[in-house]
Design a binder for this molecule. Structure first.
Ligand code: NDP
Length: 453
């Protein structure tokens, strides 16, 4: 670690104690930017990075709601409005028991760079709650969402801050949140993205993050003159991102052999084809069941339960060509990364946010495999959210083909910008540096233009 990064990190850790994920995200970006700040002292003297690290605003609030037994439950709600230099705050809401200030700050920080990479005018934000939708009835989820929005509504707006979904927040939750916003604000506006098609949503929004991560990987493969045809892929998670990454991989001729949830993973060497995937979608999106059930339904598959005490996750030990971590942060440690490489994986495209731990990232870069970091690889979701905002403003909606073409184009542009930035700053082929640098430059220049705000 250079002296300047070390000094910055001591300050970040002192000021933001007990936020390890936030420290991890900041350190990675700070390391990538050393060469940029050396070449551009104007960013250093204007303290641009120091300002980007400090959220513009953090809102934390009580979310009381009544469960089906009539008992009062209390959760904590958050919205981190991180940076609005290039557009209104934009980023998802996460409902998961692990949610805390540090996790949302890491996600909001990453979002600033990701949104900048999309080429669309969106600032960065993130929010959510420690509420766990698992095991709750639809009515409980609705009452929680209504209570959450009763406070959040005063902080957001179609030109101020536009939340979307993330872990635990899908179409059902966005519907309840939108309904309550509309009722309180008395206006029908594009204040949330990921809305239903009949009430202001964009086609391809649900698919966008998973499709985008596959398009990004396809762009990386193209640099070696290859395609997905005949490739074997490992996918983790079985939620929104994992489902649509699997769908697109099948479409492009690849074979997906794994999926997971927090209970463990399934391995199906015959491949999770479109029929099996439809079954998974029904299981996860309607019945809200566990991935373990897949192995009961399909005899070609085996289920391995996960044990947090294990030093590695067996999912990453299966032989394959490509890996798509699509579950959550820090799901690939150094040992998993070694297992991936030993199993012949040479393409990793992060559908999730920060799924690879720093030692895993270091190994991928050292071994010169094609490694697409989440900021770039999973930017397709927010990109189509940006397109949803554009369609809402025009009171118009594009066809599936139009949105998909734009998504493909955006992912290609992100890939090009990332490759070029890495090369321009002396680390050819390093997508991590490329994404951090390209994302930073646009925001940094806007901040210089706008003065010390
Ligand atoms: P979903 O809630 O739809 O699915 C999440 C999946 O990951 C579930 O299978 C879940 O299993 C699993 N998971 C979540 N937390 C853990 C954990 N701690 N350990 C093991 N498995 C876990 O979320 P998404 O698919 O929307 O999000 C997945 C990732 O993609 C996240 O990192 C998110 O930030 C990122 N992302 C999502 C975008 C989007 O548009 N939705 C955009 C960009 C990034 P279980 O059900 O057991 O919890």
């Amino acid at each position: 670690m250079t002296d300047s990064v070390q000094a910055l990190m001591s300050e970040v850790k002192a000021k933001n104690p007990s936020e390890p994920e936030f420290h991890q995200a900041v350190e990675e970006v700070a390391e990538s930017l050393v060469v940029v700040l050396d070449r551009h002292p104007e960013y250093r003297s204007a303290k641009v990075l120091e300002r980007i690290i400090e959220p513009e605003r953090v809102v934390m609030f009580r979310v009381p709601w009544v469960d089906d037994r009539g008992d009062i439950q209390i959760n904590r709600g958050f919205r981190i409005e991180m940076n609005s230099a290039i557009g209104p705050y934009k980023g998802g809401l996460r409902f998961h028991p692990s949610v805390n200030l540090g996790i949302l700050k890491f996600l909001a920080f990453e979002q600033v760079f990701k949104n900048s990479l999309t080429t669309l005018p969106m600032g960065g934000g993130k929010g959510g709650s420690d509420f766990d939708p698992k095991g709750k009835s639809d009515n409980e989820v609705m009452r929680f969402c209504q209570s959450f929005m009763t406070e959040l509504f005063r902080h957001i707006g179609p030109n101020t801050d536009i939340p979307a979904g993330d872990i635990g927040v899908g179409g059902r939750e966005i519907g309840f949140l939108f309904g309550q916003y509309k009722r309180i604000a008395n206006e029908f506006t594009g204040v949330l993205t990921g809305k239903g098609i009949q009430w202001g949503g964009s086609r391809i929004r649900s698919e966008a993050t998973g499709y985008g991560a596959v398009y990004f990987a396809a762009n990386m493969l193209e640099t070696r003159g290859e395609t997905f045809d005949g490739k074997t892929c490992l996918v983790s998670g079985s939620g929104n991102v994992a489902q649509f990454a699997t769908e697109k991989l099948n479409e492009l001729g690849a074979k997906v052999v794994t999926l997971s949830d927090s209970g463990g993973h399934i391995y199906d060497p015959e491949g999770i084809d479109s029929k099996k995937l439809r079954w998974v979608m029904e299981l996860k999106n309607k019945r809200r069941g566990r991935i373990k059930e897949y192995a009961d339904a399909f005899s070609s598959a085996t289920f391995t339960p996960s044990d947090p005490a294990d030093e590695s996750n067996e999912l990453w030990s299966h032989k394959a060509d490509c890996a798509f971590p699509c579950a959550t942060e820090n799901e690939i440690n150094g040992q998993d990364a070694e297992n991936l490489l030993n199993g012949s994986v040479y393409v990793i495209s992060e559908g999730a946010n920060m799924p690879s731990m720093p030692d895993a990232v270091e190994l991928f870069i050292d071994k010169k495999v094609l490694f697409g970091p989440g900021k770039a690889a999973n930017a397709g979701g927010v990109a189509v959210s940006g397109l949803e905002m554009a369609q809402n403003s025009m009171r118009y909606s594009w066809t599936r083909e139009e949105v998909d073409t734009r998504l493909k184009m955006i992912m290609k542009d992100i890939h090009t910008a990332t490759v070029e930035a890495a090369e321009r700053f002396g680390t050819k082929g390093n997508y991590v540096n490329g994404a951090n640098i390209a994302g930073f430059l646009k925001v940094a220049d806007a901040m210089l233009d706008q003065g010390a705000v």
